[in-house]
Design a binder for this molecule. Sequence first.
Ligand code: C5P
Length: 229
Amino acid sequence: VQAAVIVVAAGSGSRLGRPEPKAFAPLAGRPMLSHALDGILALAEPVHLIVVAPAAELEQARAIVAASAGPALGYTSVVAGGATRQQSVAAGLAAVAPGVGTVLVHDAARALTPTALFAAVIAAVRRTGAAVIPALPVVDTIKRVDAAGAVQETVDRSELAAVQTPQGFVRAELDEAYADPAADFTDDAALLASFGHTVGTVAGDERAFKITTPWDLARAERLLAETAS
Ligand code: C5P
């Protein structure tokens, strides 16, 4: 296989208010992780799928992977994550098969991400030879506020983008950055940028929203119900 997709699913997701780790919370009767894999495994191209799960959930993660199907299902791995998202990605990256040149990193919490977005990111990494992330324009007016909540300034939103996953990378660049990370970043594109690498964008997709709160989960349930009817 020439591409790998690392799905990070090792977060606790405390803001969701569920007892199980977020990726294992039920969404329309199946764990969120199971929905996240649907979008990936429908890719026409076979990929090395790597699921990064909490150490206590490895068996369940393996069962979810085993129950998944699709044209892209080839080589799969399930590994234990770390204390931060970046540590979880590092664990997944260590498992990527030799020969893979393009690596995507995806949040399991973006469970409804369409297959077309994975395909677009893979194609853009290959076309540009650089990192590529999905981005959407910011629709809200954004303010910088102080610790007391007082508004300091309005940020020019035309210069801002809301970014999503899957984020796509040239494997050698990602390996280099993860060998010696400068800090703990909230996404891999920030780590790559800290090494001076170019990061490009492709159009994001609203369905790739991150399920964080109970409201997001309810929205995902409604979207799935609409597509089913
Ligand atoms: O917490 P947040 O929603 O930003 O997490 C984004 C993604 O990173 C989630 O899919 C979550 O499972 C994953 N994550 C992880 N390991 C951590 C923290 C977060 O795999 N230690």
